[in-house]
Write a protein that binds this ligand. Sequence first.
Ligand code: NAP
Length: 253
Amino acid sequence: MTSVVPSSATIITGGTRGIGAAIAERLAGSGHSLLLTYRNRDDEAIALAERLRARGAHVELLRVDLAHLDAAAEVLPTAIAHFGTVTGLVNNAGITGRIGGFLDAPIEESELVFRVNVLAPMVLTRDAIRHMSTELGGRGGSIVNISSGAATSGSPNRYVPYSMSKAALNVLTLGTAKEFARAGVRVNTVSPGTTRTEIHADAGRPNAPEERAASIPMGRAGEPHEIAGAVVYLLSEDASYTTGADIRISGGN
Ligand code: NAP
């Protein structure tokens, strides 16, 4: 059983659907107070928050488009205003851009992918480390970046810019893990393979999980709850000596 720091308070970006919602479900059951951010789907966000609150969890919602970095800078202060202290950050919100060949990817779309997948996590990570660092008067903390197996495959003919953004996120993990290892802040990555969420419909291929199943050693796509446990572990004291790690959860790929 993973142990939890008493009064853990964790931010999950994109925490209202898909993998982020599965992480929220697990953390709520582990006693975390949660700030869940989302972009615009109020109904799903409110329904999840009400479900978790009915189980006794302290859940706050923040609607924020992380493509706007000024807005991203409001996330940490909002969490601190609600909880006093923040002990965990999960940089989960991400977009792929439309599936297609590299030559067809509009540069404006790639810029958006980098804003949401790389620059917003940078903003949140900086703010979180300033708050958590024991060298700056904080009480330490744990940051988990949700990357992708795409970071190491390149995803040719699918979404090279998305893969580039996730490779950059992996380097954010490595660099900050080492720079702040002595400041009580651990930074790790979880890298899912194809997982059954709506991200594929948003990319224009709702059936991508089924289409890719044959190329996955386990013969199927993953489910969001199969990703969440690794995140819970990395946030917990059981991972107290783990930083700069990447847990790949991809059915063998
Ligand atoms: P998803 O089902 O599409 O959910 C995305 C979540 O992020 C939603 O809560 C959404 O809010 C929020 N979001 C999207 N764009 C946002 C923005 N600009 N600003 C703020 N919030 C935003 O995604 P998912 O499949 O769970 O993916 C979660 C993470 O796992 C991503 O980083 C993704 O790259 C990574 N990943 C996924 C897969 C996969 O196959 N699913 C595989 C590898 C890695 P709304 O509900 O308001 O839209």
